[in-house]
Design a protein around this ligand. Structure first.
Ligand SMILES: [Zn+2]
Length: 315
């Protein structure tokens, strides 16, 4: 499986609940466990401004470039602005674009293999960006630690290039994917699915194609049943690509989440999402989104397990 990563994803945002250090930790853990070869990591280029403009307004992009935000806009964004912060997020958006292209290529490669068995016998076509997943960014404003909506940008870039026609977003972060739902509102070419804690940020939730809002304290069993029930609707539209927004924050010890998934439950979540995509023959690009466990080791382990599940399924 192709994995996109840069040490420059990590940038100084001061004392903050968002653990920027998780990116390098996930990379290091994947290498230490022999799951990836560091020489095979794909180094991304920053997203081109024209690519970002497929989703974001010119006025907003200029603010992200020059730092011309009002204090109220920075309060909503919940990030400090600096040229380095803007560049790190632009690089991560480039990483998601690169990984999305690699996932589609992997899918095409599998289809070319004439002996590829249909159904459960076939391997998963996937690629991952060890970052990204900034689903709270809207076209004209950023919020909730999200400067650029790399998910939406990657889909729009691949559509523009003729690489894909239809896409689906499977967003399992504990927070609803409000920015992504807003971007693709009334666009029949992109199915947005979010399964999240209902009574949590964002308090205004623009409707996606399918939203499953779970009660506080939902545990492994109820969560997995709800996810299993929803996935056939996501796959029914036969998307050319699935963007899997694999937030680590449904974890029971997350500081910003109120669901109660265990490590095993989260691994089961990844297995359900990835194996259903594999069985449907649809390539998947994995991005990380949130994760605010009291111990950063837990957030790291959850992201590592997602990659491990993808590799176990043949990616
Ligand atoms: Zn989140």
């Amino acid at each position: 499986m192709h994995i996109v990563y840069s040490d420059r994803y990590q940038v100084d945002i001061g004392a903050h609940v968002f653990p920027m250090a998780k990116y390098a930790r996930v990379r290091d853990e994947l290498v230490a466990r022999g799951l990836i070869d560091p020489s095979a990591l794909v180094s991304p280029a920053p997203a081109a401004w024209d690519d970002l403009a497929l989703v974001h307004s010119g006025e907003y992009l200029e603010k992200t470039r020059s730092g011309g935000f009002r204090a109220s806009e920075l309060a909503l964004l919940e990030l400090p602005w600096s040229p380095a912060v803007a560049e790190a997020f632009r690089l991560m958006a480039g990483g998601t674009i690169a990984a999305a292209r690699l996932a589609v290529e992997a899918g095409a490669g599998l289809r070319r293999q004439a002996d590829c068995a249909a159904g459960a016998g076939r391997p998963l076509a996937a690629a991952a960006n060890l970052g990204g997943g900034f689903h709270h960014a809207f076209p004209s404003h950023g919020e909730g630690f999200c400067l650029y909506n790399d998910i939406a940008v990657a889909i729009r870039v691949l559509q523009r290039d003729g690489t894909i026609s239809r896409a689906a977003v499977v967003d399992v972060d504990v927070h609803q994917g409000n920015g992504t739902a807003f971007v693709f509102d009334r666009d029949p070419s992109v199915f947005t699915f979010s399964i999240h804690q209902e009574h949590n940020y964002p308090h205004v939730k623009p409707r996606g194609s399918l939203d499953v809002g779970l009660p506080d304290g939902t545990g492994d069993r109820e969560y997995l049943l709800a996810l299993e029930g929803a996935l056939p609707d996501v796959l029914a539209g036969r998307p050319d690509l699935i963007v899997y927004v694999a937030g680590a924050d449904p974890f029971l010890e997350d500081q910003l989440g109120g669901l109660c998934l265990s490590h095993d439950g989260l691994r089961g979540r990844d297995f359900l999402a990835l194996s259903s995509s594999r069985d449907a023959g649809i390539p998947v690009v994995i991005v990380f989104a949130g994760g605010y466990a009291r111990r950063i080791e837990d957030t790291t382990a959850i992201h590592v397990a997602t990659i491990e599940e993808a590799i176990r399924l043949g990616a």
